[in-house]
Design a protein around this ligand. Structure first.
Ligand SMILES: [Zn+2]
Ligand SMILES: [Zn+2]
Length: 456
């Protein structure tokens, strides 16, 4: 025995393992490579991502396939399914079942159509929906499975799900009734410790519905964050024992980033990319697996990638009813209306929205954001598709009673969207692009001036 050990060179005696992880995030119900608002081809969607996934599976059948959430909402196809015909199985979940996802983390947009729609879709999934920081109010009981342990090539991999705690800031209270979303850094500490101590995992992967919270060049926090909305860096820096973080929520592409030895990656949005992580491990003697090297990259969905026929076929009935609905004529416009200037002057297209809101809400003042500067209503018949393109989020119209001071404060808030005025600057240069357009409202029913020479 002693001799045998001596005869084997050290480098050869180590056992090796390779774990491949594929990850999507913020798929937002993108299945077919089409933009429903324009009816034009679009290089997004699980049908094309499926081809990338299949190629990786041929190479390594034992890979992990994970998603970081915002899954069942986001296209007219999902809207039609969630609001108008929720009888059949959820189309995105069906596609993910077919692709054999191992787990998905719950995103904030899962709540948009209420808990009934969410729970139905979750019940149809053949993979667990994870969230370790979502609890039944006032208890220590998590509302979802917090983590999943999988044996991959002999390596015990712990996959932890974390959800942005921002849900109550964005959704109607009945859509998350009975649930609370706890601060993710402390939760990560608790669960990562448990994965190592109790579950004896070799590798810890966090699929989080959160992204980077600061500009890494300056250290300045991303503006307009709600508390702990994104805590990927805080978790990488403060929680020991994490190997890989699969980010989401911010709709950004992050091919590979190391922070405190943790590898972070993010696959943008709408399944326009698949993130791939490779972890190489080795062990010698009785010691456990040790990570030797790890890398990540994002693989884009391109024109050259063919859609997977299985996903296309499965999406077909949903696509057909969506297209029939989008094609319906609901009005007529005597001229073409565009939104190019909607952020700097009165435009007919936004006035139309304001008039509808004032009328439906029987309100004195209407606030609306000019969300899509590319929106247009054609001269002639106007379809559901044209109207849907004005607002790509399914927001709910809400009427509140407010004082003039509240209206003024809301307008001051919107004024933050503009940079301080300097003579000679074009209107396009006046916007602070770090502030999302949906945080900037235009008001109707009051008249007001924004003095851009006096920054807020
Ligand atoms: Zn999203
Ligand atoms: Zn999100």
């Amino acid at each position: 025995m002693f001799l045998a050990v001596l005869l084997v060179p050290i480098g050869w005696s180590a056992e090796r393992a390779h774990v491949t992880i594929l990850a999507t995030t913020d798929v937002h119900a993108h299945l077919n490579p089409i933009d429903y608002y324009t009816n034009q081809p679009d290089q997004t969607g699980l049908a094309k991502a499926a081809t990338i996934i299949a190629a990786a599976r041929r190479q390594n059948p034992d890979l992990l396939l994970l998603d970081s959430g915002d899954t069942i909402q986001g296209t007219p196809l999902a809207y039609y399914h969630n609001r108008k015909n929720n009888q059949p199985p959820d189309p995105t979940v069906l596609a993910m079942n077919a692709l054999r996802y191992d787990a998905m983390t719950v995103g904030n947009h899962e709540y948009n159509h209420g808990l009934k729609v969410l729970e139905k879709a979750r019940g149809e999934a053949t993979f667990p929906w994870l969230s370790a920081n979502t609890y039944r109010v006032g208890t220590d009981q998590t509302a979802y499975q917090p983590y999943l342990v999988k044996l991959v090539g002999g390596v015990r991999v712990g996959i932890l799900g974390l959800t942005t705690p921002g849900v109550p800031y964005w959704d109607n209270p009945e859509n998350y009734a009975g649930l609370e979303f706890r601060e993710p850094v402390a939760e990560a500490k608790k669960w990562v410790h448990l994965l190592h101590a109790r579950e004896k995992v070799d590798l810890v992967v966090i699929a989080m519905h959160m992204g980077l919270e600061e500009d890494l060049r300056t250290g300045i926090p991303t503006p307009n964050l709600i508390p702990s909305e994104n805590t990927a860096l805080a978790i990488a820096r403060q929680v020991p024992g994490i190997d890989v973080i699969l980010m989401g929520h911010t709709h950004r592409e992050v091919p590979a980033l190391f922070a405190n030895g943790v590898l972070l990656t993010q696959a943008d949005k709408w399944a326009d990319r698949v993130a791939r992580v490779d972890v190489y491990l080795e062990k010698s003697g009785d010691a456990g697996w040790r990570v030797d090297a790890k890398s990540a990259l994002t693989i884009p969905v391109t024109e050259k990638i063919a859609p997977d026929p299985v996903i296309v076929k499965l999406a077909e009935p949903y696509d057909r009813e969506t297209q029939a609905w989008l094609g319906k004529t609901i009005g007529e416009s005597s001229r073409e209306l565009t939104a190019d200037d909607a952020r700097v002057r009165d435009t007919a297209i936004l006035d139309l929205i304001q008039r509808v809101q004032l009328d439906a809400g029987r309100a004195d003042v209407s606030m609306a954001s000019s969300l899509n500067l590319g929106a247009r209503l054609p001269k002639g018949p106007v379809t559901v598709r044209d109207m849907a393109g004005l607002y790509v989020y399914e927001n709910t119209l809400v009427v509140i009673e407010a004082t003039g001071a509240v209206v003024k404060a809301a307008l001051e808030h919107s004024a933050k969207y503009f940079r301080p005025y300097e003579p000679g600057k074009s209107p396009a240069e006046l916007f602070d692009e770090r502030i999302p357009a949906y945080n900037f409202d235009v008001a109707e029913g009051v008249s007001y001036d924004l003095d851009l020479a006096r920054p807020v």
